[in-house]
Write a protein that binds this ligand. Structure first.
Ligand SMILES: [Zn+2]
Length: 320
């Protein structure tokens, strides 16, 4: 029997899970990040949680094949170091050294988008694919590219930074210093801006009524709800959003030619309402449209287990 630990460290929660045979979460513990915001304290409490879970199943360190950590931030993959996490304000954390020293278990680290991409490739929507790219639609847009089971890595801790591909020259300002980046339009935050712009254009839009006359209350659902009731401004906002998302995805497909593009994030909960118009647009635009094989675009399937399962499978996606 094979066991690995998968640890997902985010700004709000740290999830520590014991995973059997790469794919079954047999136990999990949740730790509130803010209660252990000092990284040394976080490492202590994570270690204690792993020991407690091993004890529960009668396991020792020698029964565990790896500890995988997915964390928001910039990673030195080879050394297993978190170089910098703006969300957590953690810097130069030697995770591999810390956990290998405490438990004697090989420890590998990736950023959370890459860990999720690995999880989806092996166990989620990408199961059976030769290559898949995960595109996360959240506050920004993250991505991870897994080709033949191996995670693609940049030379410096940055990866496939899909979110910072310019799709509108001179467009909305981005924190990276450029203007018109994909994530400023096609992330959940980007959609909110597009909705607010349409509301400003249409004073009589139903979206004003839905949000009590306050444009700052807008969520991504505002447009889907209002469009379902026939609101013109909402329909236009969504059309613009589908155009922007499809534009960026087409670029990504043209460059990598993966057999699967997997979208994740709360926004994808609307399902086919989003996926159908995006697939239609990409199919018309993509360079390889006249060939037999083209990337399929799907929604991620691992849900709440993505963080733990992705992290527990990091070791499988290494070249060494
Ligand atoms: Zn940018």
């Amino acid at each position: 029997m094979r066991y690995d630990f998968g640890i997902d460290i985010g700004g709000t929660n740290i999830d520590v899970g014991l995973v059997k045979e790469h794919e079954t979460v047999v136990s999990r513990r949740n730790i509130k990040t803010q209660q252990h915001i000092d990284p040394k304290s976080a490492i202590e409490v994570i270690t204690a949680s792993m020991i407690e879970q091993m004890d529960k199943f009668g396991l020792t360190s020698s029964d565990i094949s790896s500890i995988g950590i997915g964390i928001t931030g910039i990673i030195d993959h080879d050394k297993g170091i978190l170089q910098w996490s703006p969300n957590l304000v953690w810097k130069d954390l030697h995770f591999s050294e810390e956990f290998e020293g405490r438990l004697g278990i090989k420890t590998v680290v990736e950023n959370d988008a890459n860990a999720a991409a690995i999880g989806e490739f092996f166990l989620g929507a990408g199961r059976g694919a030769v290559s898949s790219i995960l595109v996360t639609l959240g506050t920004g847009i993250g991505g991870g590219f897994v080709n033949k089971g191996i995670l693609y890595k940049g030379i410096n801790g940055s990866e496939v930074e899909i979110g910072h591909m310019v799709i509108n020259k001179g467009g909305r300002e981005c924190h990276c210093g450029r203007k018109g980046c994909f994530e400023r339009y096609a992330s959940a935050s980007g959609l909110k801006i597009t909705i607010q712009e349409k509301m400003a254009e249409y004073e009589d839009s139903l979206m004003w009524t839905l949000e009590d006359g306050d444009a700052t209350k807008v969520s991504t659902h505002t447009a889907f709800d209002a469009a379902a009731l026939g609101d013109q401004a909402a329909k236009e906002a969504l059309e613009l959003y589908y155009d922007d998302l499809a534009l960026g995805l087409t670029n990504v497909i043209n460059i990598f030619q993966p057999d699967m593009v997997i979208l994740s994030g709360g926004l994808t909960n609307v399902g086919e309402e989003l996926m159908i118009p995006v697939r239609e647009r990409v199919a018309k635009e993509v360079y390889s449209k006249n060939t037999d094989k083209n990337a399929s675009i799907r929604v991620a399937t691992l849900g709440n287990d993505t963080g733990i399962l992705g992290a527990a499978n990091i070791i499988r996606a290494r070249e060494d």
